[in-house]
Design a protein around this ligand. Sequence first.
Ligand code: COA
Length: 415
Amino acid sequence: MAKALEGVRILDFTHVQSGPTCTQLLAWLGADVIKVEKTGSGDITREQLRDIPGVDSLYFTMLNHNKRSLTLDTKSARGKAVLERLVKHCDVLVENFAPGALDRMGFTWERIQELNPRMIVASVKGFGPGPYEDYKVYENVAQCAGGSASTTGFDDGPPLVTAAQIGDSGTGLHLALGIVAALYQRKSTGRGQRVLAAMQDGVLNLCRVKLRDQQRLARTGVMQEYPQYPHTKFGSAVPRAGNASGGGQPGWILKCKGWEKDPNAYLYFIAQAPVWKEICKAIGKEAWITDPHYATPDARLPRLMEVFAEVERWTLTKTKFEAMAELNKHDIPCGPILSMEELAAEPSLRATGTVVEIDHPTRGKYLSVGNPIKMSDSPTEVRRSPLLGEHSDEVLKEIGFDESEIRALRNEKVI
Ligand code: COA
């Protein structure tokens, strides 16, 4: 079956995590992604966090599926000539170099437009234009600079980073959307354009509910659904809210049966207003249905911790799965805390291709997260990541080099 982005050629100049997540998504949607890597060493993640000596790391393999790899020394004159042909051959150039690196290589926006006016040039940078635009950035820097760390964690502890890679993978996702939109716009304009996704902006976008709260706090001086209320005085900035929900329905993480030994025997419970009666019945607190101190969402706000403690008395009698099944009988939303071990073994995730087993020539079998976007007319087959330079000859032939020219490039260590 044809794929949504079939026929789109991506010149993939990305490395580490943020850019590769973007181009992997595009590859899963059917684009031909040609990953250009440094001759001899390749993407630095090939050797980072290795679990098998001499074998591409899981870090690399899980971010570079369905791509082709071409090695190229883009700082040499002959390498630049190859790159020029690739710019003419492709539709999109994606890069996440440190600021200015592409210009220093000689591939400014103006030069790329001369070579191929239809080319879309898409970049991840740490910061957008402004005082920090020249700075290099990694995941946790973006989480800190984008507002996530200051609003994550408990009130009495330090700022916390989150395991979800919202700075890298989150920004890669934003960039992929920008690229697809630019390809769509090119249909009518015939022109390429620049697409920029800054990691600080991407994280702030994902934290927009906290900017919402900042303004509520400035206006009212209090946020009644936060665990600080009504006992602690609020400061001028949005505080860390522990496990409180970011939305309009209060929630908290509660212990379940076995929590003493199992660090993940917990359940996220949501005191959703429309099912309050069902909640009261499920936990055996029918009196709360009519008690004016508990009957309405506003009345419950100063007592949320008391409500959660009472629900926890009930969840402690059940495993997280028993509690989930019981609450869902009454349409009460809740979330068991699933470990990576549990997710890796979950048959329904294997069945949908969200978790896939891949075979790799030097690593053998490993698990990866497949394409989280499911499309009925563009199904995803996850193919293993390329070995370093595996497709150099193939790609060079496609752009017009013959065997002897390729040999010369190899002898000169350009590829
Ligand atoms: N051939 C020759 N040289 C190459 C090359 C190739 N195929 N590919 C890259 N290079 C060169 C670059 O031109 C650059 O040279 P220069 O500094 O002399 O101009 C050099 O390699 C280093 O590239 P750079 O991107 O600066 O890597 P770094 O290891 O110093 O920094 C980051 C890594 C991630 C901090 C930086 O790339 C960055 O801030 N990127 C933007 C934000 C981002 O995506 N961060 C998240 C990463 S998960």
